[in-house]
Ligand binder design. Structure first.
Ligand code: ZN
Ligand code: ZN
Length: 342
């Protein structure tokens, strides 16, 4: 069967098309994608005409599947392994990696030149992954083995939404037991922040969303309230002017705002400097919760142990050609997560 992928070929032009996937090179793996979540960042890539990726772009970055082949020098992975693909990896040689901070790597490696359109033109995979496809090729550091007991439809969420949300709490913010937490924006990432806060032992978890249905849904994942209130940590998963300014209004003395969401180009906010001073405000920016693929096995185990509810986050499952409806369901708020099953 032909290899296929969802491609942004030109600004505004997205289509499912036949693609060509090369064999993996040294240090690379070929993965057959079994499930891929439809994340807001893919919509961002479409709306921002590639968001810095060279066109044509192979969409998708939240995938799980099975290793089909490995390149030379790959000895810890083999054909048949169930893996989750990660977009946030470490090069081992940039300034931050050399300082012992692989979670802050500024040059995550890619596997360039392996993916092509049918006519041979090279495809740029979103965030070096490209998971809205039957197959992709990524560097071996971009995959982590997870138990096959966890269904692929759930496992794929670990690759972006769950790692981003949970690790924003545990790694970026280091939320302490008993802390009061607010989450603005209750999509898949926000619900993962809620679950991370529950795992961290937060005493209050306030789920806030303009869409009351989404805030209410967060109660089933561990939120304790849908009303705003003073908080030690406020996670802004939306990152628009209104939510960012609200986040600083909500922090208690010494409180921390954690910016997680991708803002549209040109977005700005206004903050009162006397207010920031009075509250001793702190701010952190979370790039995917500073996760690395080495976190995935733990997250998968928490899911198998019932500490993380991934099943309830998957509200829609569709074949690859359901990508368009999946974006519609994201825009109108009717899906928490649509998972495509190539
Ligand atoms: Zn994502
Ligand atoms: Zn690095």
């Amino acid at each position: 069967m032909a290899e296929r992928g969802v491609v942004l070929g030109a600004p505004g032009a997205v289509a499912l098309e036949e693609i060509r996937v090369d064999e993996p090179g040294p240090g690379e793996v070929l993965v057959r994608i079994e499930a891929t979540g439809v994340c807001h960042s893919d919509l961002h890539v479409i709306e921002e005409d590639g968001w810095g990726h060279d066109l044509p772009v192979l969409l998708g970055h939240e995938g799980a599947g099975t290793v089909e082949a490995v390149g030379d020098g790959v000895d810890e992975l083999a054909a048949g392994d169930r893996v989750v693909i990660g977009w946030k990896t470490a090069c081992g040689s940039c300034r931050n990696c050399l300082r012992g901070l692989p979670r802050q790597c500024t040059r995550p490696p890619a596997a360039p030149g392996r993916l092509h359109r049918h006519d041979g033109v090279e495809l740029t995979p979103v965030l070096r992954t490209g998971t809205f496809a039957t197959h992709t090729v990524v560097p071996q550091v971009a995959v982590a083995k997870v138990p096959r007991d966890l269904p692929a439809e759930q496992a794929c969420l670990i690759g972006c939404a769950v790692a981003t949300g949970v690790m924003s709490v545990l790694e970026t913010a280091k939320v302490w037991e008993g802390a009061r937490v607010s989450v603005i924006g209750c999509g898949a990432v926000g619900l993962s922040v809620v679950q991370g806060a529950r795992i961290a032992g937060a005493s209050e978890i306030r789920a806030l969303d303009l869409d009351a249905r989404k805030a209410e849904a967060a109660l089933a994942f561990g939120a304790t309230s849908t009303e705003p209130g003073p908080s030690d940590f406020v996670f802004d998963v939306v990152a628009r002017k209104q939510t960012f300014e609200q986040a600083f209004q909500l922090i208690a003395s010494g409180g921390t705002v954690v910016q997680i969401g991708l803002s549209p180009a040109g977005e700005t906010a206004e903050l009162s400097l006397p207010h920031l001073f009075a509250r001793r405000a702190r701010m952190l920016v979370s790039h995917g919760g500073d996760h690395v693929p080495a976190d995935f096995p733990q997250l998968a185990q928490w899911a198998l142990d019932g500490k993380l509810d991934l099943a309830s986050m998957v509200t829609h499952v569709a074949p690859l050609d359901g990508w368009s409806e999946a974006f519609d369901a994201m825009r109108d708020g009717s899906a928490i997560r649509t998972v495509l099953t190539p």
